[in-house]
Design a protein around this ligand. Structure first.
Ligand code: 3HC
Length: 311
């Protein structure tokens, strides 16, 4: 049963109004947003690691410059999103602490390794492609700061996807070895990319409430279907094959039938048992610890300035 206050809040959401940080909101709404935005921010930050791995090994100076800019964009996205989460009354330190202690998650996809240069193409094409599919509707999400962050982020994200597809085109049109590398990258990244949208709708615990609050706009399965429908023709254009024998155009539904990812693998990755979980979290914890002297310095400087102003 909704209280009158909750009813009024839901009416505002239903009318399509944006909710701003200082306004009243149900505790569940606040908590769900902190979880989702915080998790999203962590994904942007941890997501720098698999691509950062190739900055010094990109095949040309031009590719290095592009990849460097792209990875820096991801850092920027993380920072916007942490700011959006902070407007809900959680501190950056608290979010960091929860990431480092495993109480908060980041996207499952970043627990897979980038073994070859073609993987950088596949990450841009598929991972950023899946990210945009999810983030374009989130531009209309009900919480103002999140919605505005998404508008900026989506602009950069579409450039990211194009740079990935451009790498894939180069590889797919290259020597037979290069084409084989592109195919291998697609084979390894296909199912983990499908997992990015979250568990199937029947296993998605948060979807119903999050959609009623317009924190989420689409279900996980809806977005996964759209992603497959968009990506299959792109793979055909590259002359690569999707690693799914059951893939088939379904005229009636106007979309592809496709194989589900191995959900037991997904849940293992969420529990911390993916191929790179320990390495990724270890890298973030080390960066946090290595940066302690710098944060201490900033705080000491701020305190000195405050004391000087009082004197
Ligand atoms: N990776 C890790 N955890 C996931 C996940 C994934 N791919 N998909 C779902 N989960 C978790 C949920 O967080 C939830 O766990 P929790 O209760 O402990 O938090 C559980 O699995 C059940 O899933 P639900 O479907 O009920 O969860 P949601 O309603 O939160 O839906 C979501 C999951 C679709 C990922 C949603 O949170 C969302 O849209 N988030 C915003 C987008 C986002 O986080 N994107 C990160 C992608 S990568 C990226 O942006 C970087 C890019 O620039 C490269």
């Amino acid at each position: 049963e909704m209280s009158p206050q909750e009813r009024a809040f839901q009416d505002r959401i239903d009318r399509g109004e944006k909710i701003e940080p200082k306004e009243w909101m149900p505790e569940g709404y606040r908590k769900t947003l902190i979880r989702q935005i915080g998790q999203h921010a962590h994904s942007e930050i941890v997501g720098q690691l698999p691509e950062g791995n190739w900055i010094t090994r990109a095949p040309t100076l031009e590719r290095t410059a592009i990849l460097l800019a792209k990875v820096q964009d991801e850092a920027g996205h993380g920072l916007y999103l942490y700011c959006a989460a902070e407007t809900l009354g959680v501190s950056r330190d608290e979010l960091m602490e929860k990431l480092h202690s495993g109480q908060m998650k980041y996207s499952s996809i970043f627990n897979y390794p980038t073994l070859t240069w073609a993987d950088i193409g596949a990450v841009g094409w598929l991972v950023d492609g899946a990210a945009i599919m999810n983030q374009v509707p989130l531009q209309r999400t009900s919480f103002g700061p999140y919605s505005r962050a998404m508008i900026r982020i989506c602009k950069e994200e579409s450039f990211h996807q194009r740079q990935g597809y451009d790498i894939m085109m180069k590889m797919a049109q290259g020597t037979s070895e290069q084409k084989a590398m592109a195919q291998d990258a697609l084979n390894r990244f296909w199912y983990p990319s499908l997992m990015m949208f979250g568990p199937s709708d029947k296993e998605s615990v948060h979807s119903a409430q999050s959609m009623a609050w317009k924190i989420k706009i689409n279900t996980n399965d809806e977005l996964r279907q759209k992603f497959v429908d968009q990506t299959v023709p792109q793979a055909e254009y590259l002359g690569l094959s999707i690693p799914d024998d059951t893939l088939n155009w379904n005229e009636e539904k106007g979309g592809y039938d496709f194989a589900e990812p191995d959900w037991s693998e997904f849940f293992e990755v969420l529990k911390g048992n993916g191929p790179c979980n320990k390495e990724r979290l270890g890298a973030r914890v080390k960066a946090w610890e290595d940066g302690a002297w710098f944060r201490d310095g900033l705080m000491a400087h701020a305190e000195k300035r405050a004391a000087a102003r009082q004197a």
